[in-house]
Structures are given as structure tokens and as C-alpha cells.
Design a protein around this ligand. Structure first.
Ligand code: PRX
Length: 652
């Protein structure tokens, strides 16, 4: 744990903040953990509208595991995000500001978004989609992706958004696993001036997805696409049909009705479908948006994530819209047409809260360190960070150069599974220590445990676990054997606790310092990647006998992907083969999974029981060459392989 500087929130952030003294935070936190049911019940009354109130606030048993919040209550996420604002004083307020790749912007008010959502919800119903059906959404950052998500929620359909940077195969796998009945996509996406043929990829995926009966295509790039009669329909034609009404009564669903499935990587090769339910998720995202970003009614809030990830779900769509905020979404990338793009958007729209990932901060800090000075960023008040630990240098640049020392940097630790922020400073009250996510959010009860399950001491690194349920937590895994998979992945390692997969330390002030994943998950540019998943893709290439994938420290990405590859007998290693193998992974999973390094090796260091000794390949990937630090090698079948691997390591 580094000796850290401490920064107090600036007076211009504190003034007017919802919580502006640490004593106030502490009092509310105490209340939230001393009487969690009372706390969350009061928040659920205040933050959400209910058609019918719940019977039981909380049912839980982490040994099973089973968790349910607000059971028996009837509500609807789309109603909470739209109607209650559109039917009140926020009717003409901007709900979504959309900034295109080429620099155009469009504004959707609460009223206009509600109408779009209702019309599209009616289209979905007309195409046979009903409550409980799964709808895949394979779309880039176009405004219709928000409409699609909320239209599903309106009719009780369960959406599963698949990141548009994934491959056709990855889409196919997710549609097969979820049993999707329909897919919503665009003709082609545009990012950084490039055109990505998403409809053609969806066509390829649908060849092996018999459950998908309908495909709705948003015409975004005027690209020519194949349209299969009876199956494929254009969004604009369907939503403009004269028999489609502007009104759509929301489907009132139980609080525990699934809102969406989001696939994420775990320790195994197959992505897991994490299920989030309606009321608890919405409450968690709404409350954190309110307090962590301290959004006030006149603010403009900009989250640069993609809706294909949990950050986009929770903090572009559901959280901000649930509290009636203005959420700015951006189609493009931070470096196109130049590395001032984020700052230009902040100036153009007068952004007050900006939320991005450390990898973007590091890349902009490196490529254009002075660019923020060329723009008027005086509206900024809160700078959020998410996805990986933020290194103190990046924190400092974000704070000094982007924030001019007058903004609070909020380092938010959370996960796909947590649904909402778990550990973060509150901008108006928490002292900031660069590199620490700081203190738990209301109702969150973290504990750091040793491997032997006893509590770690102050300052001692251990496994970050949570000992009490929170409303926005995942409920189950989509598909069969959910309970077993929940145990295997999250609740089995430390009985009675949810295990996050992260290592962490708590300091003497109660501040949490995240240390990265302790399982076989790597974090590449804030994207979660399973090493087993990349290995499975590598191994499916004809010339590859076996492989081992590990992360290694990368200046911009946080972690890079390092692949050790053993070729089949008789196959010659070459640069061309390396490129073909990387291309194969891109096609199998998507460009984000492409290895930065492919290191051809004659064999892998294996124990007599056939297990790859991962700590060794990890150390070599990180550039360590001194075998002294490698620990005991005597259990290896062939210890000499370690020297061979060190000697053949390519230069970075
Ligand atoms: O390792 C932690 C890291 O990202 C993981 C969760 O990844 P994902 O489910 O894709 O969600 C990313 C967006 C919430 C965590 O297990 N992580 C996320 N935020 C932070 C972080 N690590 C350190 N500090 C953070 N602020």
C-alpha cells in the first residue's frame, strides 16, 4: 500500500453536494448496515414508483445461495425511467444527448424517448415477443440501443446486450445460451471512421441459432444488407407503421422478474450469463447515480462506456434515467479525429460529471497530455473512474489537468455481478487518496479474508468478499445448474460470503485498495477477459496443440494478453503463422481478445499431474528471468523447459 497524498474535496464540489460531511456519510452508512431492510425499504419507497408494494423486503441465504428483494412488489423499469419524468416537470428535459462519431448531436427528451420506446415496444409485441422472452441486442452506441433496452423492459422481455466489438461467433454463443427469440441490430456501426458490418455478422450468427425468429435492423449507415423475408425487418419501417400506437401500457412485473442477462468472463472458458432483476437493480443504480455522481437536475452527465458492458447498462441507461438525469452517450472513440475528442464533447455540452476508464486516461495522458488545456472544462465537477485500479500517475493527471484541482475524482469499484457501485468515495465528503476506491457505499458490507477464511489484518492483502446482500446484486446464472454455478463462482470459496475474485487491502482509515483479480481473469483495457476463453480460441486453431494465456503489465491497457503456444508436431513457427493465429482469435471472440504476444514454445511447464504451473508463465511474461524468484520447480515433469521458455521469450 503506497504512502498516499490525501486531497480534500474542493469547496465548489462540497457546496451544494447532497452529502458534504464525512460525519453525514458515516451516519447514513451506519444506518444502512445496522438496519439494512429498513434502510433499503425507505430508499425503495423514495426512489422508485410501484404499482403494488412488496410483501417481504429481503429473503436471503448465502449458503444456498438465494437472495430476493422486495418480493411481491409490482413495478416496471421502463415506467420508472420514463413515464414518471415525462408525466411531470421533466417532460421536456433532455433524457439522452447523443453525440455521433462525426460530431453531430441529437437530443431526446423524456417525452420523445417515451414515445419512441412505446412504439418500439408495440412493434416487439406485434412480432410475438412477450414477457419472459429473451431478446439479443447487438448494437453500437446509437440512440436506438436505449430504446431497444427500455422497450424490452416495458413488455417484460429480458434483454441481453452483446458488445458490438464481439465476433459473430461470440454473438452466436450468447444467443444460443440465452435462447434468444429475436435480435435487434444495425446495418453497420461506425467507430473512429471505420464501418463494422453488424447485420452481416448477425446473419452469420443466426445460421446456428434456431430460436431466433426475428431480426430488427436499425438503418444507421445506409449500408446495403441482405434482408430475409419474414425474419428481417427495418426498425424505421416497423416503428412508423400506422397501426402502431404511441401508447404502451407497461407490463407490471414482480420486483424479482429478470430485467436482463449480461454475459461476462469467469475462470472457465465459457462466458457466464449474469441475471439481474428489476427493482433491486434499478434501486442500486439509481441510488449510486444520485450520490456518487451527485447529479442535480440541471447537470449534464457523460459516461464514455459502451452499453455492451455493465457500465453502460447501469450508468448510461438505467441509473441516470431512473433519477431523471440527462445522460450523454457518445458513438465514437476518444482519439478520433484527435485525442481532444472527450474534452471537446465536455466543452460543447457543458458536461458536469464525466465517467471513464483508467486505460482511456492513460492513453490520452500519453498521446496528448496538454489537450485538456485547449478546452473550457470549467463545468466539470466530478471525474469518475471505473474498470481497474487507477494508477496514481493517471489519477494525478486526471485531477490536475482535466479537473484543474477543483473536481473530485471518484474511483468506483464494482462489477458486472454487483450491478452498481460498491466502493467509492462520495464527491462532496470523502478525502481522496489516489489509487484507493476508498469507502463502501451505503448498505455494502465488505470484508477482506485470508485464504484460510479468517479476517485479514489492517494493511494485509486478502480476498475481497461481501457479507450481506445488496439490492442490485446478481441473482443467478442464466441456464442450467444455476445454484451450483453460483456456488462455484461466487459463494463456495468463502462460505457465507460473496467472493468478488479481487484481492484488496484495507488501511487504518478503512479505505480499500484494490489489487486486481486473483483468479484466471485478466483485465485488458478495463475489459474482463478469461484466460481460459482465449486458450479455447487458440486451441481451436488447427496447428495449435495447446496454449497458456496470462496477463502481463501493459503501460496503457493495464494488462496485455500474453499467449504461450505449443504447435503440433511438424508445424514450423513463423511470423505469418503468428498473425494467422491472432487473426483466428479476433474472429472467434473479437478484437479485444487478440493476444499482444504469441510466444511459440516447445512445451509448457507442467506438474506431474499435468497442471500448467501458471505462476511461472506469469512471471516470464512479466519479464522476470531470474529463476531464483520462481519458487519450487521440483514438481515439474521437465524443469529444463523453464530455461527454454526464458531464452526464447520475444522482446517487448
Ligand atoms: O477486478 C475488478 C475490476 O473490474 C472487475 C469487474 O469487471 P466487470 O465485471 O467487467 O465490470 C467492470 C465495470 C464495473 C473487478 O472485479 N475493477 C472494476 N472497477 C475497479 C476495478 N478494480 C479496481 N478499481 C476499480 N475502480
Amino acid at each position: 500500500m503506497p504512502e498516499s497524498k490525501v486531497y480534500l474535496p474542493h469547496e465548489r464540489v462540497t457546496r451544494g453536494a447532497r452529502i458534504n460531511s464525512i460525519a453525514e456519510y458515516q451516519a447514513m452508512y451506519e444506518e444502512s448496515v445496522n438496519d439494512p431492510e429498513g434502510f433499503w425499504a425507505a430508499q425503495a419507497e423514495e426512489m422508485l414508483e410501484w404499482k403494488e408494494k412488496w410483501d417481504t423486503t429481503l429473503e436471503w441465504d448465502f449458503e444456498k445461495p438465494h437472495v430476493a428483494w422486495f418480493k411481491g412488489g409490482l413495478t416496471n423499469a421502463s415506467y420508472n425511467c420514463l413515464d414518471r419524468h415525462a408525466n411531470g416537470p421533466r417532460r421536456n428535459k433532455a433524457a439522452i444527448i447523443w453525440e455521433s462519431d462525426s460530431g453531430r448531436s441529437k437530443v431526446y427528451t423524456y417525452q420523445s424517448l417515451l414515445t419512441k420506446v412505446c412504439r418500439f415496444a408495440n412493434v416487439l409485441k406485434d412480432h410475438g415477443i412477450k414477457k419472459g422472452d429473451v431478446v439479443a441486442i447487438f448494437m453500437p452506441m446509437v440512440p436506438e440501443v436505449v430504446t431497444a433496452m427500455l422497450a424490452c423492459a416495458r413488455i417484460g422481455a429480458i434483454h441481453t446486450v452483446v458488445f458490438s466489438g464481439f465476433s459473430a461467433q461470440a454473438l452466436r454463443d450468447r444467443m444460443q445460451d440465452s435462447g434468444a427469440k429475436a435480435v435487434i441490430t444495425v446495418d453497420a456501426g461506425k467507430r473512429g471512421g471505420r464501418v463494422i458490418p453488424l447485420k452481416a455478422m448477425a446473419d452469420e450468427a443466426m445460421l446456428e441459432c434456431p430460436t431466433v425468429k426475428k431480426c430488427i435492423v436499425v438503418s444507421h449507415s445506409r449500408a446495403t444488407v441482405d434482408m430475409q423475408p419474414e425474419r428481417d425487418f427495418y426498425y424505421h419501417e416497423e416503428t412508423r407503421r400506422r397501426d402502431i400506437s404511441n401508447d404502451c401500457e407497461p407490463e407490471w412485473v414482480d420486483a424479482e422478474h429478470p430485467l436482463f442477462i449480461l454475459y461476462t468472463s469467469g475462470s472457465t472458458g465459457k462466458p457466464k450469463g449474469v441475471v439481474h432483476t428489476t427493482a433491486g437493480y434499478l434501486l442500486g443504480t439509481a441510488l449510486t447515480t444520485k450520490y456518487v455522481f451527485d447529479i442535480h437536475d440541471e447537470d449534464i452527465y457523460f459516461c464514455s462506456a459502451d452499453v455492451g458492458w455493465i457500465t453502460g447498462h447501469s450508468y448510461i441507461v438505467y441509473g441516470p434515467l431512473a433519477i431523471g438525469a440527462t445522460s450523454l452517450m457518445f458513438e465514437g472513440i476518444p482519439t478520433y479525429p484527435n485525442p481532444g475528442r472527450f474534452w471537446e464533447i465536455c466543452e460543447k455540452h457543458g458536461v458536469n460529471q464525466f465517467y471513464t476508464a483508467p486505460t482511456a486516461i492513460r492513453s490520452l495522458m500519453k498521446s496528448a497530455p496538454d489537450a485538456p488545456n485547449e478546452y473550457d472544462l470549467s463545468c466539470l465537477r466530478i471525474l469518475g473512474s471505473v474498470g481497474e485500479p487507477i494508477n496514481p500517475e493517471a489519477w494525478q493527471w486526471y485531477y490536475d489537468v482535466v479537473g484543474k484541482g477543483k473536481c473530485s475524482v471518484c474511483d468506483t469499484w464494482w462489477q458486472t455481478e454487483s450491478g452498481a457501485h460498491m466502493i467509492s468515495n462520495l464527491p462532496g465528503c470523502t478525502p481522496m487518496k489516489p489509487g484507493s476506491a476508498s469507502l463502501p457505499f451505503f448498505g455494502v458490507q465488505p470484508v477482506i479474508l485470508r485464504e484460510d477464511k479468517t479476517p485479514a489484518d489492517i494493511g494485509e492483502e486478502g480476498r475481497l468478499c461481501i457479507k450481506f446482500p445488496w439490492p442490485s446484486m446478481l441473482r443467478r446464472m442464466w441456464g442450467e445448474d444455476s445454484e451450483k454455478r453460483m456456488m462455484d463462482n461466487y459463494f463456495g470459496q468463502f462460505p457465507g460470503h460473496y467472493f468478488s475474485g479481487d484481492g484488496a487491502v484495507c488501511d487504518e482509515d478503512g479505505f480499500y485498495w484494490l489489487k486486481g483479480r486473483v483468479d484466471d481473469v485478466i483485465n485488458v483495457s478495463g475489459h474482463r477477459m478469461s484466460t481460459a476463453e482465449v486458450e479455447a480460441a487458440l486451441n481451436s486453431y488447427g496447428d495449435v496443440a495447446e496454449s497458456a494465456v496470462v496477463g502481463y503489465p501493459h503501460e496503457i491497457k493495464g494488462e496485455g494478453i500474453y499467449a504461450y503456444v505449443v504447435l503440433n508436431d511438424g508445424v514450423e513457427a513463423s511470423d505469418d503463422l503468428r498473425k494467422m493465429i491472432i487473426g483466428h482469435v479476433r474472429k472467434d471472440i473479437g478484437p479485444i481478445a487478440a493476444p499482444d504476444f504469441v510466444h511459440f514454445v516447445p512445451d509448457l511447464p507442467k506438474t506431474r499431474s499435468g497442471k500448467i504451473m501458471r505462476r511461472i508463465v506469469r512471471k516470464i511474461a512479466a519479464g522476470e528471468t531470474d529463476k531464483e524468484g520462481f519458487g519450487d520447480l521440483s514438481t515439474l515433469v521437465d524443469p529444463s523447459i523453464v530455461d527454454t521458455i526464458i531464452e526464447t521469450r520475444p522482446n517487448q
